[in-house]
Design a protein around this ligand. Sequence first.
Ligand code: GLN
Length: 426
Amino acid sequence: MLKEIEEEDSKINSFIVLDKEGIAQKNKAKGGRLSNYKLGVKSNISVDGLPITAASKTLETHIGSYDAFVVEKIKKEGGTIVGLTNMDEFACGSSGETSFYGATNNPAARGRIPGGSSSGSAAAVAAGLVDLSIGSDTGGSIRNPASHCGVVGFKPSYGLVSRYGLLDLAMSLDQIGPIARDVKSVALLLDVLAGYDIKEETSLDLEKKYYDYSGKLDTSLRDVRLGYAKEFDLMIQDKGIRKIIHKSLDKLSSAGAQIVDVELPNLKIALPTYYLNVYVEFFSATRKYDGRRYGFKIEDVCGPEVLRRIQLGSYISQKEYSGRYYRKALKARSVLRRELMSALDDVELLVGPTVPKLPHRLGTKIDDPMVMYAYDIFTVLANLAGIPAGTVPAGRVDSIPTGLQVMGKPLEDQKVLNVMAGFEQC
Ligand code: GLN
């Protein structure tokens, strides 16, 4: 099986490591809900005995010394982890091109980026190399590549899935979540990943009903109130995507949903708010990569995007600037959170685009980081507010896939998955 994957992957580069020695098969249960599934794990999640590189030269020689909470759960359900997937270096990016191990090709639109940062996790699923994969999503890294690769991706509510064993990008925003080819499989993997973890301080201890999504999947869209913000239209850069999103709204309303206008007047400050928060948290998270304990000193070997974030994070973390940048960014985050919550007050869920533009061709030179950051405009909202959000294929523009995003209230992950599953059948 691994030989076949290896051969297919030579054209895609979705894996950094294929587990040829079967190291991840250790402690795997015989039966279980995932016993018929092959899985890929993003390279920033620790699997005991396998390299955990975060696609960076910094950690080139680093081997995971324990199983992340989610990996432990996958093994307990008999899932076969075949390897570790490619990604943007330290999950900083939206294209998969910043990996030390080379870019991944989009199996659904060859020659284009698969999106990022969970580039390999989405591409491996889209290419059929694995059935399921896990990614991490700080500002869209599960949903963005899932949208570009024509698969389903889901970022759970903050705290539903333990981050124990995940290398932080920005820990107040990071969540681990599932990617698959249909909503039912995403829900099944979420059933396995979700759960209280005493070792992780933001992990939530919830009632049983929060841990059975696939069993409760309800595809009926009748009378579900869905909000669409007019600001989405202004920010979509590609006409084809706008058309597909409006067609999707029509399909949802034909299936019985009510589409309601809502407002997000501060959507335009979402990106600067997100990036200022990320710079500061990422700078602090990277101080341990000083070359003493793990591999190399990060500043000596990392790529330009990681370096930019460290330098800007260090600059704005200085005491004399805290009021000017970071405190403002925290305030802006509260403003956006409140705005989203009030939009969600009126309706049950929000629907809209996942990405504003189509994936660019591999190798396109993009000098301005803002052009790259622009991919994240619709996805960062859910992370800033800690709410659940997923993407489901909505159609193709010139044969390139794009997704519909569904966002819900905190811990209403079930409702988000229901509408995604309902839309999948439209
Ligand atoms: N593209 C965003 C960033 O570069 C999101 C990354 C992520 O979700 N890990 O920060």
